[in-house]
Design a protein. Sequence first.
Length: 132
Amino acid sequence: MGANIGIDGSTALGDTNFTVISKIGLTNAVSARPSVIIGDNTTILIPVTYDFNLQPTGIDTGSEAGSIFAPYVGGGLGISTGDDSDVGPMLTAGVDVPIGEQFTANVGANVGFLDDTEVGIQIGVGYNFAGF
């Protein structure tokens, strides 16, 4: 769960709203990251991303993984609802930052090409389910 900070646009993506974010690992380097931005003209984002698996830097971070963040880039579909419903392509880029074993912080920029170009920054924290 988190917040979307709208930069530009007329849908929920371009406005400041509450958002529900998720990440579903498809392979070690590819994930689906569906999210719903709840507000006027609620917007659904369905991107697929390439997740960079950074190698340890040699710096002791206290983590067995060796890396303290994991960037990603990708694209997919944006779906706006409401009076001006539209479907269009979208781009995303961001970073996941582990917070212990159970939680991950996420910051991502999303650009949707709907009626207008929509831009928003999502910030949130997710729970890591074991076995997924």
